[in-house]
Ligand binder design. Structure first.
Ligand code: HEC
Length: 463
């Protein structure tokens, strides 16, 4: 038996070599067996790691230069083999998205072999990592047209979650179309969430900037603190508000849609209000200086982008209601019927620490299923705004379905309660609690009314 196995092995290996030779793919083979940094490793890191592992990115250290990568080589080999890095919880077998960061087996082997062989640098080549041209601007997408510094927030090093309301005011020579708004965390490891709305003023109605710039909110004080921002017009009337114009969660990068799609207007007098600036536990006293980058559009919008929020606080409540008994798993659905032809742009599923898996799809009137996203192993740390590669048509009469499972057992390593406690949505702050130890089930979908040919419209775009 043993002998036969050996023969098969030898046969397989020679067949593989022969195939490689015939395909002229010896170079590839070489890349796997004898990889060098500049030729083989750097391109993989450039695409999949450097977007976060750069100054101002979400990763804890830069991986842009040979020495930096070499220093971390063993850990890199470990986290790449285990699949911990790059973090991409969405199942690429279910749906692909722009900027997908998933390593295939060959890429994993290149990294493993390279580390095992002592990290040979090799000759510099065109493949070498080019430093991002946007570094000076701390941006993932380009050179901003306007930078707004948020009022710095001082945080006590007492290891507790903190929530702030913040406001930054701005003025421009004239009303301006904005193509992208990027939140840049001052301390990426600490900022857990930022959700910002635009308030547009007309000069005649708001003459003086007043109100507080930043203030901590604790449970129950939100409704009292919010008016202190003094957002209303001078005569007490309510200015225009653009809801959730900027959103940040760990790992999320701002997105640039093709010109004309989803542009928002900034009046010459405006404010951006962070109604939920959430910091995770700080180990020592520290000062966070976060900022907002604005990218202007050359053209006025040709299409509007709408937001559909399913689940907690949204158009369809979780069913059964979101109550997860201690020691149990529970499954909840949100369903919403679409009454016109729409084109989906992006999807952002959201749960907290008890999330286990989530799948979102549409059931067409003819019974077909349109796959939207599947996250087989929910990971609280990585919550992206997943943008489709092309607009995705959902015909009128379809039902959008969110199917989510929560794990409130002791087997869930992220369970904040040991032993587990009953958990539900907790309503406070005028909406559902954002505190990570309470639960939420939400799926935010951006869409635009369908136009003929949308299926072929690529969402890929550069500045
Ligand atoms: C979406 C942003 C993002 C991307 C992309 C990313 N990382 Fe990370 N990486 C992080 C963050 C954040 C941490 C800290 C995680 C933690 O401590 O839980 C981290 C941690 C690490 C660590 C330290 C792990 C440890 O156990 O100490 C290594 C090594 C690493 N990343 C390598 C990589 C490599 C290699 C890639 C690409 C193949 C990559 N990362 C892609 C954000 C990212």
């Amino acid at each position: 038996m043993k002998f036969t196995h050996k023969r098969i092995d030898i046969f397989t290996i020679s067949a593989a070599l022969l195939l490689a030779a015939c395909n002229g793919s010896f170079t590839d083979h070489n890349a796997v067996t004898h990889p060098t940094y500049h030729r083989d490793v750097a391109p993989i890191l450039s695409m999949n790691c450097v977007p976060c592992h750069r100054p101002g990115g979400g990763g804890p250290f830069p991986l842009e230069q040979y020495q930096q990568v070499r220093q971390k080589a063993r850990t890199i080999a470990r986290v790449v083999a285990s699949g911990f890095m790059p973090p991409w919880p969405a199942d690429p077998g279910y749906q692909h998205f722009l900027g997908e960061r998933v390593l295939n087996d060959t890429q994993k082997r290149i990294i493993a072999n390279w580390v095992q062989q002592g990290c040979p640098e090799g000759a510099r080549s065109a493949n070498s990592i080019k430093k991002s041209g946007f570094l000076n601007y701390q941006s993932a997408i380009g050179k901003p047209d306007l930078v707004l510094e948020l009022t710095p927030v001082s945080l006590k090093g007492d290891r507790s979650d903190r929530f702030f309301l913040s406001k930054v005011c701005g003025s421009l020579p004239k009303d301006t179309w904005v193509r992208a708004i990027e939140f840049v965390p001052g301390i990426p490891g600490l900022v857990h969430h930022f959700n910002g709305h635009i308030i547009n003023y007309t000069q005649a109605r708001k003459n003086h900037e007043s109100g507080l710039r930043v203030k901590e909110v604790v449970a129950g004080t939100y409704d009292a603190v919010f008016p202190e921002l003094e957002l209303f017009n001078d005569d007490g009337s309510i200015p225009e508000r653009i809801h959730s114009a900027v959103n940040y969660l760990p790992g999320m990068s701002a997105r640039l849609l093709p010109e004309g799609l989803g542009t928002v207007r900034l009046n010459n007098r405006f404010a951006i209000v962070g109604n939920d600036l959430h910091y995770g536990p700080a180990e020592r006293d520290t000062l966070d200086k976060s900022r907002i980058n604005l990218f202007f559009s050359k053209v006025p919008p040709s299409r509007a982008v709408h937001e559909l929020m399913l689940g907690t606080n949204g158009v369809s409540k979780p069913n059964p209601p979101l109550f997860v008994p201690a020691g149990r798993n529970s499954r909840h659905f949100c369903r919403f019927r679409v009454n016109q032809d729409i084109s989906l742009i992006s999807v952002n599923p959201h749960m907290h620490l008890l999330g286990k898996s989530i799948r979102v799809y549409a059931l067409k009137p003819n019974g077909d299923t349109v796959r939207i996203i599947s996250i087989p192993q929910w990971d609280f740390r990585w919550q992206y705004l997943y943008t489709f590669t092309h607009l995705m048509r959902i015909p009128a009469g379809s039902e959008l379905v969110v199917d989510a499972v929560f794990d409130n057992t002791a087997n869930n390593p992220n369970n904040p309660n040991k032993p587990p406690k009953d958990i539900a949505e907790r309503l406070e702050f005028g909406g559902a609690s954002m505190r990570a130890s309470d639960e939420m089930l939400q799926c935010i979908i951006n869409w635009t009314p369908y136009r003929k040919g949308d299926e072929h419209l690529s969402l890929k775009s550069g500045l």
